[in-house]
Design a binder for this molecule. Sequence first.
Ligand SMILES: Cc1cc2nc3c(=O)[nH]c(=O)nc-3n(C[C@H](O)[C@H](O)[C@H](O)COP(=O)(O)OP(=O)(O)OC[C@H]3O[C@@H](n4cnc5c(N)ncnc54)[C@H](O)[C@@H]3O)c2cc1C
Length: 463
Amino acid sequence: MAVTLVWFRDDLRISDNPALAAAADSGDDVVACYVLDEETEGIRPRGGASRWWLHHSLAALTATLEDLGIPLVLRRGAAAEVLPRLVDECSAHAVVWNRRYGLAERTADAAVKTAFSENGISATSYQANLLYEPWEVTSGTKEPYKVFTPFWRACLTFRTPRRPLPAPDTLHGPRLDSEGLDDWALPPTEPEWIRGLQETWTPGEAGAQERLDDFLDSGAEGYNENRERPGMQSTSMLSPHLRFGEISPFEVWHAAQDHKDTSTAHDIRAFGSELGWREFSWQLLYFNPDLATVNHRSEFDAFAWEDPTTADLSAWQHGTTGYPLIDAGMRQLHGIGWMHNRVRMATASFLIKNLMIDWRVGEKWFWERLVDADPASNAFNWQWVAGSGADASPYFRIFNPVLQSRKFDPEGRYLLRFVPELTEADNLHEPWKGSAPGYPEPIVDLKESRERALSAYKALPKS
Ligand SMILES: Cc1cc2nc3c(=O)[nH]c(=O)nc-3n(C[C@H](O)[C@H](O)[C@H](O)COP(=O)(O)OP(=O)(O)OC[C@H]3O[C@@H](n4cnc5c(N)ncnc54)[C@H](O)[C@@H]3O)c2cc1C
């Protein structure tokens, strides 16, 4: 029987997976594979938290595919070498995959496609992980958008996202040799780190669906207002599931739309627009492949960053800066591999503007520690906070962590959850103003450091 090879990448799911659906519909035997490619030039190695997630997500996908009737074949190496070997082993006549959008990934995929075409193997790619292809929605001048609001408005009028595809009922195919997932030793070995991740997350498609259902049942109503409150479970926490493609944006979009009624319409609109930021980040990355390393606004190249090897960086990373919101956020990240969006903005602003440490240093730390570390969203948001991005917060907007926690966590539910020693503090939001046993003194003065940052900004050449 003819064989189609399905190459899984950032789409570790069987529902709404167009490549898998095409293979199943063909009636062919199906071989499913995942290639751990740490060799192709330019593909960014995953951080520790993402490696933990990938391990468990692959385990979950293996079990799901086994239930459908086929194994997941695991191989390690450069995709350009591994895939032709797999095609030979199973005599596949066709290879299918869902698209990726980073430059190194696109280049690798194009090379694989060309090599297959030259050898008479059909290679087909599908849209699966973004609602809009990055090149589809352009401005009146046919340029990519640089500002979110017109981009998202144009997306919404361009096309309604298609309905999700069903998962195949059953699959059949030969069993090829597979490497052992445990032999890949993906997860980090720090037991504390692993424990926090395990207690919080269920990687895999079933875990993603459960998160979505929970959010629609209990978080969606009131989302528009509550999403700013880190002490509430008010956002979906779907980001790592979306990052690994355990759920598709089409599934999330339509489940949210189907849930809409008159009382939740504005909440669902706000939630949809957050998915829009994800789309926008990917559009920017597509057209600016070095978004994680190069200032979008080149005048920031002249910025006088502080030396990042100081104790300040370590205090930021470990949540001992003496500012409760910053410490709570960094400890949340350390503990569960995720941080609330408002606190991500505040902690990033503190690193860049109060400590004057290059945003790329923070981007790398988040990349290592976030379970949702995403090449587009992480880079885009760091540049957004720094002020160096295309659509960015103005540099002079410096988050004040005290005002932020007073406004968004007035009772200190979030602060106390991650910085329990503050239970004893007289003044929760400004502990240095009273007694706070066991809690560190602030490492910088907010006012002085703000002024220092503003003068450094004013010294930049004007664009
Ligand atoms: C400095 C910084 C770094 C960030 N790094 C990442 C990252 O590596 N990966 C990542 O997925 N998000 C990143 N974000 C964006 C945002 O913080 C997370 O997407 C969000 O907190 C995830 O929580 P949620 O799934 O509960 O979001 P919800 O509020 O439930 O939103 C639903 C989905 O919309 C998308 N989304 C929401 N906000 C944004 C945003 N600002 N930019 C892009 N997509 C968004 C996410 O896919 C999210 O899962 C970063 C933000 C900042 C300020």
